[in-house]
Write a protein that binds this ligand. Sequence first.
Ligand code: ATP
Ligand code: MN
Ligand code: MN
Length: 309
Amino acid sequence: GKKETKMVRSDELRVAGIRISHPDRRIYDRPAVTKRDVAEHAEALAPRMLRFLKDRPVSLLRCPDGAAGECFFQKHRTRGMPAAMKTVAVETKSGPEDFITLPDVSALVGATQMGTLEFHIWGSRNRSLARPDRLVFDLDPDEGLDFAHVRNAAAELRGLLADLGLPSVPMLSGGKGVHVIVPLKPKAEWESVKLFSRALATHLAQEAPDRYTATMAKAGRKGRIFIDWLRNDRGSTAIAPYSLRARPGAPVATPVEWDELASARSGGDWTIRSIRDRLDRPCPLAEASARPATLGRTVIGRLERLVAG
Ligand code: ATP
Ligand code: MN
Ligand code: MN
């Protein structure tokens, strides 16, 4: 057939109704990824991402000079933000502040227009900021530690959580590690969720001190995996599922099935290019999120007995 040619000036690209300036600007080398590609990733992944990202405070990692350039976090509204991006009032030590929240695909794409590569989410939703609806254990391997150790750690954590009555889903972070995520009903408040997470991470570190540490200090990490339970606190964030990462190769944070994790090669297995191959399969985290667990007396009691030996 006859090829349709559209005379669209490259500075007039629109994605999800948002005007994208400098669409041909290079954001990643190898693979060559442009600002247009980043906006179209946000649009294509929006149905999956929004399930986890909308109705939460969000921190943006903006990299106006590309993934290899200088990047900065932003959590407050600023002038000149696309109107599609909204705010939520969050009580802080210095009073209420307007935090960014992204309700729909235009808001996601709008964020990419301002140079956002990464989306980081709170563990609770706008309507009940005091009660998290997810637990995240962020497994951080020491420099040079083989990914096989990370896989094993995730599997061990999965078993422990399952014994407590908490089904979990692994997510390749797009970086070095894996996040083990437990969808929760928003019942328990931050304080008890944080105590629970710390107790569980500390228990693992005490049982296998050669493999794990539950303290942030880099010194204690030598050859070990830091079980970062500190994501489970009010105001802490974790990378959103299906967010791009500002790291070489344009990797994407990707929830996977447990049997897929067993053969994963790194936290960055999935990229802006390959992620679309997954879109004809259900999202493992969406499926688990349809059956959230309750962090209540039963579960806490089991952990207390476990820790007591
Ligand atoms: P990796 O698998 O390589 O560790 P990651 O996303 O888990 O990737 P971490 O450094 O472990 O990276 O951080 C975990 C999460 O903590 C981040 O995704 C981010 O949401 C939050 N975080 C870490 N450092 C900062 C920071 N300087 N400012 C804001 N949030 C941060
Ligand atoms: Mn991590
Ligand atoms: Mn971490």
